[in-house]
Design a protein around this ligand. Structure first.
Ligand code: HEM
Length: 155
């Protein structure tokens, strides 16, 4: 089904609400990732060597922001063009960085779950409608599919 203007607006609106609280949002996102999949700790350079999740780590923030921002961009592209368009070089880089760090297909589901829960908690249970969650979910799935396809090509 086509990605609608309404879905794009829901994603953009909620990202605007999350943006002012990047440090908290990033921390919560990674806390949820590790709650769902404790073994993921080993993959991230900034988590591997510390007992606790670091409070103000630029790399942790960068990964969280990338996932949220690129999903938001994917939503815009899906509405405008009907598909996710990531520059070839970016996609190749994303494919190789994830392969190199031991990321596999099911990890993308873990991150999706953490992303949706982070949004729900930040926006509030009532304000975050099912429609809003599924718009994020759809955009994320399409972006993840593009990255996963690149990871397969490299093997
Ligand atoms: C690195 C984006 C999903 C684990 C990166 C980088 C980007 C990125 C841009 C490079 C950061 C840099 O070079 O500084 C994304 C996007 C995702 C996604 C847009 C989903 C749509 C995942 C998933 C996992 C994961 C599902 C595994 C749970 C990693 C790891 C690194 C990385 C371990 C290396 C970071 C480090 O240790 O410094 N990702 N990622 N990513 N990503 Fe992802």
């Amino acid at each position: 089904m086509a990605f609608t203007e309404k879905q794009e607006a829901l994603v953009k609106e909620s990202w605007e609400l999350l943006k002012p609280n990047i440090p908290e949002m990033s921390l919560r996102f990674f806390t949820l990732i590790l709650e769902i999949a404790p073994a993921a700790k080993r993959m991230f350079s900034f988590l591997r060597d510390s007992e606790e999740i670091p409070q103000n780590n630029p790399k942790l923030k960068a990964h969280a922001v990338k996932v949220f921002k690129m999903t938001c961009e994917a939503a815009i592209q899906l509405r405008e063009k009907g598909e996710v368009v990531v520059a070839d070089t970016t996609l190749k880089y994303l494919g190789s960085v994830h392969l190199k760090n031991g990321v596999i297909g099911p990890h993308f589901e873990v991150v999706k779950e953490a992303l949706l829960r982070t949004i729900k908690e930040a926006i509030g249970e009532e304000k975050c409608s099912d429609e809003m969650s599924s718009a994020w979910g759809e955009a994320y799935d399409q972006l993840a599919a593009a990255i996963k396809a690149e990871m397969k090509e490299e093997v």
